[in-house]
Write a protein that binds this ligand. Sequence first.
Ligand code: CP
Length: 303
Amino acid sequence: MENNSLISITDFSTDEILRVLEIAADFEKKPEPHLLDGKVVSTLFFEPSTRTRLSFESAVNRMGGRVIGFSDPNISSVSKGETLKDTIRIVSNYCDLIVMRHPLEGSSRYASEVATVPVVNAGDGAHQHPTQTLLDMYSIKKTQGRLDNINIFMVGDLKYGRTVHSLVQAMAPFNPVFHFVSHQKLRMPNEYKQYLDSKGVKYYEHEQFADLIPEADVIYMTRVQKERFTDQVEYEKTKDFYVLKNSMLANAKPSMKILHPLPRINEISQDVDSNPHAYYFEQAMNGVYARQAVISYVLGLKK
Ligand code: CP
């Protein structure tokens, strides 16, 4: 991790990822309400968010820190034409850490190059969402008892889904088998498949997966992201291509868990919510522990 920023999940070594997951488990067992006394964290959200922003802010508050920032760039001087560079330089003076979400891929890396404090990427376009990955891995370890040898089905928008991009890279050292289930227009980008090839990781691509559910340890559902499409006709064609229903889960392994970074639109039927395989609401709660761990780690308060 250079510059103490976390922009791509590959900024953390595998040992660092495992350490952050241990720290998250410590926070779940034992809150540290004064760890961030005197510290200020800025949350700069140039794109909408519920879970990421609020779980970061909850994490800071639970550790005794203060939060400043915005959830709508239209109420900042960005709306007057101020550049990202100037915004980040100025905000660096007001805080100890910047958490930023932005629609442009590469914007968080750029911010980390001009900031004088660490930057944590809370999602940059269709590129990466590393703290989501840490909470996803935390959820996998907690529910499966391990990270090694997991059979993971990733379903939905694998083209634009930044959460799946980060997750395949982070899980690669743990001998997973990936099943990429998508409409042909929303396939996992070659860049990530080439990454897996270079690491010798097995993956398969499918258009249908109902018959394969008994093989899954984890089904990672994703939303088709309307906001990433330039052609809304393409969105309409693909948005309801996969809907996971209770009736499809009858032969799943007892330990299989359904994850979803959320928000969910139609891709998981509401009747699945009370199924013991559903884990997405608990997964979102794990985001607080994972983000407490990331904040304390990048600030050097936990090693
Ligand atoms: N998972 C996730 O990034 O959710 P939000 O868009 O609500 O932050």
